[in-house]
Design a protein around this ligand. Structure first.
Ligand code: BG6
Length: 487
């Protein structure tokens, strides 16, 4: 049991992204997205970093697991019914931009794409599940990356604004919570999925990443403008990949490096989106990345938009923490959520080397709330692990329950610390295709989907032990966390 009470209207739920669950990649007029061109397998990240990678889909060389996802496109009713059975109060999902505007630069939207999301939203509302929509989750229409050069091109602001306005106007009367760009700051280390930038279209030049960010900040402000024009009650949030970072030791050199790392990675994007202006340290950051403020294309009108339309709340993903060591004296490295780094000797790691640190989540929430004093929403958290489906179709995922339990306790502690927390939507509430590796075998879900890394399997859904456990957590509003559930 925890002793801290979660607010009565706390949004317990789960989260997914269109490109990782939907499949139906060419159904009903959907255009190709950059996620469709990402090959499956652990080498995904290194392939897209090659100088000649140009988004060509070559099925003779690679598999493309995102094309089928877990076929949510045809299973959404069954899946949402299972979420409802767990007692979800909210479901975070994303809209596939290329379902609405197949190439990204059209004037008229694809009605069949809009209709699909009408159905998904209505299905959620039927069960009193609050939809939380990410407008852009690691995908943009492929044409915008290939022909327009991704987010570094200012024309993309106009296309995005039109797309955002279209979906907000269509669904805004039934959807209160919106997120603009998933893990916008992740481009600091990996601009492929969030900005459509690869080496062959300038992804290795830092100024392009910063220009793309600026363009996205303007896109975010325009989305806030459209939402508040439709209904001032609509809440639009930014979404950052937050990895609490510690200095390796008390060496002031490492402490300073850690401060600068936090500014560059955890705070830069949120500072602009929440405060509506560039932070003072931006000048140093630009200089360290080889350019000056004058090199960025930023108009007075755009800067005024940022000021006028900051986000209403801050959402974050949290999986792990990291360590800053600037002297180069520590060798042992670890993997992580798009960022790696020095290993923390006090922490254990997941099967994929991500360092498990629930206390780091409490620190993250305390720091973010202290910095911005706007509501927070943890929209991703979870453990990617190998699960085994028994002959009786059971998955005894006690390791996942342990991970989530510890992180929910951290949420309770942060609330007791005074943090205004809206909700918690663990990642991949149903098994889905991994973003960093394209694997199915890296599973996060409460619901097992019978599909493997080779694309084989019945796509049947099975409840894991964590399904029953999370149901109990939600029913008790976070008070009953014991893993002793009937399964
Ligand atoms: C976040 C992304 O980085 O982490 C998700 O927003 C992603 O799209 C999740 O799936 C987990 O990462 P991975 O690489 O294990 O799928």
């Amino acid at each position: 049991m925890t002793t801290t009470k979660f607010p009565a209207n706390f949004l317990w739920g789960g989260a997914t992204a269109a490109n990782q669950v939907e499949g139906g990649y060419q159904a009903d007029g959907r255009g190709l997205s950059i996620a469709d061109a990402l090959p499956g397998g652990k080498e995904r990240m290194s392939i897209v970093r090659q100088p000649d990678f140009n988004w060509t889909i070559d099925e003779t060389k690679h598999t493309y697991p995102n094309h089928q996802g877990v076929d949510f496109y045809h299973h959404y009713k069954e899946d949402i019914a299972l979420f409802a059975e767990m007692g979800f109060k909210s479901y975070r999902f994303s809209i596939a931009w290329s379902r609405i505007f197949p190439n990204g630069d059209e004037t008229e939207p694809n009605e069949k794409g809009l209709t699909f999301y009408d159905h998904v939203i209505d299905e959620c509302l039927k069960f009193k599940i609050e939809p939380v929509i990410t407008i852009s989750h690691y995908e943009m229409p492929l044409t915008l990356a290939k022909d327009y050069g991704g987010w570094k091109n200012k024309q993309v602001i106009k296309f995005f604004a039109h797309y955002a306005e279209t979906v907000i106007n269509r669904f805004g009367h039934k959807v209160k919570y919106w997120l603009t760009f998933n893990e916008i700051n992740s481009a600091a280390s990996f601009p492929v999925m969030s900005q459509g930038l690869v080496p062959s279209n300038g992804g290795n030049e830092k100024i392009n990443v910063f220009q793309a960010w600026h363009n996205q900040f303007v896109g975010s402000a325009l989305a806030v403008k459209a939402a508040h024009k439709l209904d001032p009650e609509i809440q639009v949030g930014c979404m950052i990949l937050y990895a609490t970072s510690y200095s390796y030791d008390a060496n002031p050199v490492n402490q300073l490096a850690n401060l600068h790392h936090n500014q560059a990675f955890n705070y830069y994007c949120a500072d602009v989106q929440v405060r509506g202006q560039y932070p003072s340290y931006a000048t140093r950051l630009f200089r360290e990345n080889g350019f000056t403020a004058d090199d960025l294309e930023r108009t007075d009108e755009e800067l005024a938009l940022l000021k006028q339309y900051p986000v209403d709340f801050i959402s974050l993903s949290y999986y792990m923490s990291s360590v800053t060591e600037a002297t180069g004296k520590v060798d042992e490295k670890t993997q992580g959520n798009l960022i790696g780094g020095v290993k923390n000797p006090f922490l254990k790691s997941s099967d994929w080397g991500w360092q498990i640190d629930p206390t780091g989540l409490r620190i993250a929430l305390d720091e973010l709330y202290d910095r911005y004093q706007k509501p927070l929403f943890v929209v991703e958290n979870g453990l990617g692990a190998y699960d085994e489906l028994t002959a009786e179709h059971k998955v005894y995922d006690t390791y996942r329950i342990d991970y989530l339990k510890a992180h929910i306790k951290a949420l309770a502690d942060a609330i007791a610390d005074g943090v205004d927390l809206i909700g918690y939507t663990p990642w991949g509430c149903i098994d889905l295709v991994s973003a960093s590796t394209g694997e199915m075998s890296k599973r996060y879900g409460f619901i097992y989907v019978d599909r493997d890394d080779q694309g084989q399997g019945s796509m049947k859904r099975y409840k894991k032990q964590s399904f029953e456990w999370y149901k109990q957590v939600i029913a008790s509003n976070g008070m009953a966390l014991s893993g002793d559930v009937k399964y």
